[in-house]
Design a protein around this ligand. Structure first.
Ligand code: DQA
Length: 144
């Protein structure tokens, strides 16, 4: 089983960025959690972060035919990007949406998730734990 974990803009700033919302752990700690979880579960994984919408679209397209599942935190592009939604629909790879913060309890402009419309499940407000849950969920989902 091979998963692709995608992270959108400003997630490379974890640790520095609004720590009251996103916590004090940095992006390297998030990557470690993802690699450790996948290693423990026998899952191959590629982790990719970009601040650029098109780079995320390219990565989703590139997953076609070689990836079983996608975990995606599109960050701010969650609320704006029809391009990411369309890419997820185009490849039709089962995808799970993750948000570190509890987006539902935040500003009005965060209440729409385009990418989420192409995802089989969403985890939000669990911090980094949401990524671990998403990986475990996909393992179970893809095993069926
Ligand atoms: C986020 C929530 C988004 O609204 C925000 O733009 C982010 C991070 C989260 O993980 O909580 O950059 O996706």
């Amino acid at each position: 089983m091979k998963l692709l974990v995608l992270n959108g803009p400003n997630l490379n700033m974890l640790g520095l960025r609004e720590p009251d919302i996103y916590g004090r752990q940095d992006y390297a700690a998030l990557e470690k959690l993802i690699y450790d979880t996948c290693a423990a579960e026998g899952i191959k994984v590629e982790v990719f972060q970009s601040n650029h919408e098109g780079a995320l679209v390219d990565k989703i397209q590139g997953a076609y035919g070689n990836t079983d599942g996608i975990v995606i935190n599109p960050a701010a592009y969650t609320h704006t990007s029809i391009a990411i939604l369309d890419a997820l629909k185009a490849v039709a790879i089962p995808a799970v949406e993750v948000h570190i913060s509890d987006v539902k309890s935040r500003e009005d402009f965060r209440q729409i998730s385009y990418a989420g419309k192409a995802c089989v499940k969403t985890y939000m407000g669990l911090g980094f734990e949401g990524y671990r849950r998403a990986i475990l969920f996909l393992k179970e989902y893809l095993g069926k």
